[in-house]
Write a protein that binds this ligand. Structure first.
Ligand code: MGD
Ligand code: MGD
Ligand code: MO
Length: 826
């Protein structure tokens, strides 16, 4: 478990280290950790801390794709190797050297020519098409600080959209979004956002139904699942792919969990329009519903359970409210339509026999239903989660070992048992000023930019959009992540000033007015937790190479802005990078000490190039989600109004929304294979998260060789659909609908259900005619095809995983892909 460092430390060397603890941190750059007397002394001193694990070869750092050791030669990162503890090292880490030394790094502060010459708001239609002018850092800081001051003064804090959604890089200190919020809070406030793109619909509905968001909460521990589950149903889960990356640094225990299930021979069923990597890896049975029709299928399962009397009435009575109301709907008492397996089959395209058998199998065995999030990133995306919980409640296994449901086994290793130690608190955004504007739902940004003053529903409240004059982005990529890129492109013309901090010339950087070049995380020092759910590791992130070109750390840029705005003292608290890190470490180490896990002083830890691995208490390996609720629902009620699972929610019903009733229901989606659009656009889109990338991150690396087809994003298409259109494997294809058109490369395969196509999210937007809405994206950014409406009046989540489209073989000469080229003047 822990390292073999159990010898007693040599006393004389301990004395030497006392002195060392007091000296400033030594620079780690260059020839690392020679086996000098000092290094020997450090390693000896560390022997009394069995939670420490030393690096083997390189400099410890890491990313969303894993903790690793970087090998640096002559100031260049040349190679990496995973840390010894990683049970499923991710090949994406090998891209770190390419991230640092990418050809499309932003080298200098740059300003869009029209903006620089004519001031804020000049020729916004040229965003994405203008030339760029290099300016000095001093000039850039003056311009940005001046704009913050002007807009605060003339329009107030609500005119600055600084929500800045995005996956940035790991690191608890150089957390660019929080650093941006910290500055904006000191400078008078800003408009932020509520929710996220990942679980927009699920997290809102689950709060009403389960009293907690469920999606980011600890799951029944993997060892417990492996021991007790007899049937695992993966509903829209591609864990083999999505577990590669985490919000913090991954511990990759989820992959180990799935491996253990496979080894044990546990029966696994995957329900997904795609025969996905996970299903293949674990040898799951594959059921392929039509995209967007899962709620109907779940209702068919529920109807079977009820009509076969396989539902657990005692569980429903004791632990839930509102089954009666739902039952009336299920049996068709409201609308005359029983939601039988036959009814479901006609909608979801899965044989009624299979639906019925699934119900009987789930009822006969200890069943864990694991659900992914793709199907809630859809119109009425609240319903799949609500219906899935209802199904699990009917099975009566919630809170039992290895049973019930889990909404995070596919994400950041939910279910990796929780360790005992300390937790790093990151830098804080500080307090929002008293007059701070209300946030808008995150995925309504384009609607907000385009329609100031418009009022929308949101979870029982009304939200009125402010008139946004400035957009500030640090650590996100709206021109990849937002739905309906062409609508965004037009809305993006409304603000007077757009500021973007980026390491690379992404589409979002190209559509800004002022672009500030920032370091990658490998060019600065930081700390990060490993294992989002286990909190098992603390990794040092040692600077590997110097800042490239004129790039600066986000923190230093915001500090400079704070100085211009007269709030520098409050911003930096007089601390530099190493002092911030020491303070974070000390806080974490104090918690660890209270948990009886001693850690060395910061300087010793930092100099040692070790990481911390906390112990996992045995009881946590057996932890069962909602086990305490099941044991005693009176003493351990859920956070819902009734304290129970709300199959009917009075709160939601009371909102009176036409698109989200008081119990789970099947709603026809805005676009699907039976809808109006399907006549012209017969194919249903699936926009899964990419295997060889994190969203848009790493698109500009040699990973492309593994996934690009015809030098574009791939489209997975069924042989029959391809044949009907004269498309062959490897062909260049145009995919289109009324909203946009993109070039993609055909991957013809029967591993996708006929009628569905998959184009992964994250390809960089590369319009053939920059600045012109509707122009052909030459790289295959799928969000040119998706629509931009909220999931419902309740959650206003995004619908990125849904759209109808058509495809045709592309004729004519293939246009050059310029997604990763730098713009004119840069
Ligand atoms: N159609 C469709 N659309 C989707 C999805 C889908 O399934 N389908 N998924 C959605 C989901 S779940 C998400 S989470 C979003 C993800 O959307 P984003 O989080 O916006 O995507 P990323 O590509 O991770 O963008 C992060 C950006 O931050 C930059 N960056 C990295 N480190 C730093 C740093 O230290 N400082 C600064 N200033 N910048 C940095 C990177 O270069 C990159 O451009 O996409 C959403 N969009
Ligand atoms: N490699 C990699 N890992 C990642 C990310 C990444 O970009 N790359 N992103 C991270 C982030 S921010 C997030 S939010 C998570 C995302 O995690 P998820 O949202 O769960 O991932 P997706 O790939 O969008 O969808 C998962 C599966 O759902 C299936 N699916 C889509 N539509 C339907 C449907 O209508 N019905 C059914 N039954 N299945 C459907 C897809 O085919 C896919 O196999 O992943 C995280 N991990
Ligand atoms: Mo996400």
């Amino acid at each position: 478990m822990t390292t073999c460092k159990s010898q007693q430390p040599d006393l004389s060397r301990r004395a030497l280290l006392k002195g060392l603890g007091a000296c400033a941190a030594l620079p780690l750059l260059g020839g690392l950790f020679p086996k000098s007397a000092l290094a020997q002394a450090i390693s000896t001193a560390l022997e009394q801390f069995p939670t420490l694990v030393p690096a083997q070869k390189g400099i410890l750092t890491g990313a969303h794709w894993g903790a690793f050791e970087a090998i640096v030669e002559e100031g260049r990162m040349v190679r990496v190797q995973p840390v010894a503890d990683d049970p499923a090292p991710n090949d994406l880490i090998e891209m770190a050297p390419y991230q640092v030394h990418a050809k499309n790094r932003i080298k200098y502060p740059m300003v869009r020519k029209s903006w620089l010459e004519h001031g804020p708001g000049a020729k916004p239609e040229l965003r994405g098409a203008d030339e760029w002018v290099r300016v000095s850092w001093e000039h850039a800081i003056e311009l940005v600080a001046g704009e913050i001051r002007r807009i605060q003064r003339d329009f107030g804090p609500q005119a600055i959209h600084a929500g800045s959604y995005g996956w940035k890089s790991v690191g608890m200190f150089h957390n660019c979004r929080t650093l941006l919020h910290r500055l904006m809070n000191l400078a008078g406030g800003f408009t932020g956002y509520a929710g996220d793109y990942s679980t927009g619909a699920a997290q809102v509905i689950m709060s009403h139904v389960m009293g907690s968001i469920e999606v980011y909460e600890q799951q029944t521990a993997w060892p417990n699942v492996v021991e007790h589950a007899e049937l695992v149903v993966l509903w829209g889960v591609n864990a083999q792919v999505t577990l590669k990356n985490s919000w913090n640094m991954p511990d990759h225990e989820g992959q180990a969990g799935f491996e253990a299930l496979k080894k044990k021979g546990t029966r696994i069923i995957s329900i997904d329009p795609v025969h996905n990597e996970t299903a293949k890896q674990v040898g799951a049975e594959w059921i392929a519903p039509r995209p967007y029709t899962d709620v109907a299928m779940m209702l068919g399962v529920a109807h079977t359970l009820y009509s076969e009397q396989k539902h657990d009435q005692a569980f429903l009575d004791r632990y839930t409210v509102g089954f009666e109301q739902f039952l009336a709907y299920l049996l068709g008492k409201e609308d005359g339509q029983p939601k039988s397996a036959e009814w479901a089959a006609e909608i979801c395209g899965v044989d009624a026999k299979i639906i019925r058998q699934l119900a009987l199998d789930m009822a006969a065995k200890r069943t864990m239903i694991m659900a992914g999030w793709g199907m809630q990133r859809q119109h009425h995306g609240e319903q799949p989660n609500w219906m899935l919980v209802t199904l699990a409640a009917m099975l009566g296994q919630i809170g039992l070992p290895g049973g019930g449901f889990g909404f995070s086994y596919h994400y950041s290793s939910g279910g990796s048992p929780t360790a005992k130690g300390g937790i790093l608190a990151g830098i804080s955004a500080g307090n929002a000023p008293a007059n701070s504007p209300a946030p808008i739902p995150v995925a309504r940004i384009a609607d907000c930019l385009a329609n100031p003053g418009k009022t929308i529903d949101f979870n029982g409240r009304k939200v009125t959009y402010p008139d946004i004059k400035m957009v500030y982005v640090a650590g996100g990529n709206p021109f990849h992540h937002h739905q309906d890129t062409n609508t965004l492109l037009e809305a993006w013309r409304r603000p007077q000033t757009v500021i973007v901090h980026e390491p690379y010339w992404t589409a979002t950087a190209k559509h800004a007015d002022i672009v500030l070049p920032v370091t990658t995380s490998y060019e600065r020092n930081d700390l990060e937790m490993g294992g989002d759910y286990s909190q098992r590791y603390v990794f040092p992130m040692h600077q590997c190479v110097p800042p490239q070109f004129e790039s600066r750390n986000d923190f230093d840029i915001f500090s400079a802005l704070a100085a211009k705005l007269g709030v520098q003292e409050q911003y930096s608290e007089g601390k530099d990078e190493m002092l911030w890190l020491k303070q974070m470490y000390d806080g974490m180490a104090a918690q660890a000490r209270a948990a009886r896990v001693p850690l060395p002083p910061f300087n010793l830890f930092w100099e040692s190039n070790n990481y911390v691995r906390f112990p996992v208490p045995e009881a946590n390996r057996n932890w069962v989600r909602h086990g305490d609720f099941r044991d005693n629902p009176l003493l351990n009620p859920l956070g819902t109004p009734s304290g129970k699972i709300e199959i009917f929610s009075k709160t939601v019903a009371g909102m009176g929304y036409a698109d989200c009733a008081g119990h789970p229901k099947w709603y026809e989606p805005k676009e699907w294979y039976k809808g109006e659009e399907a006549k012209r656009y017969p194919l249903s889109l699936n926009t899964a998260h990419p295997t060889q990338r994190l969203h848009s991150q790493l698109d500009n690396t040699p990973l492309r060789d593994k996934f690009a087809v015809a030098d574009r994003e791939a489209i997975l298409i069924h042989p029959e659909d391809a044949k009907a259109r004269g498309i062959q494997n490897g062909d260049l294809v145009r995919a289109f609908n009324d909203r946009g058109q993109i070039l993609v490369g055909a991957l013809v395969s029967d591993e996708i259900r006929q009628g569905a196509v998959r184009i992964c999210e994250g390809a960089w937007f590369d319009p053939a005619e920059p600045g012109k809405p509707g122009s052909l994206c030459k790289n295959g950014n799928v969000n040119c095809l998706t629509f931009d409406v909220g999931s419902s009046s309740l959650a206003q989540g995004n619908c990125g995983h849904m759209a109808q489209l058509e495809v045709e073989k592309f004729s004519g000469p293939a246009p050059r892909n310029t997604a990763h080229a730098v713009p004119a003047g840069a």
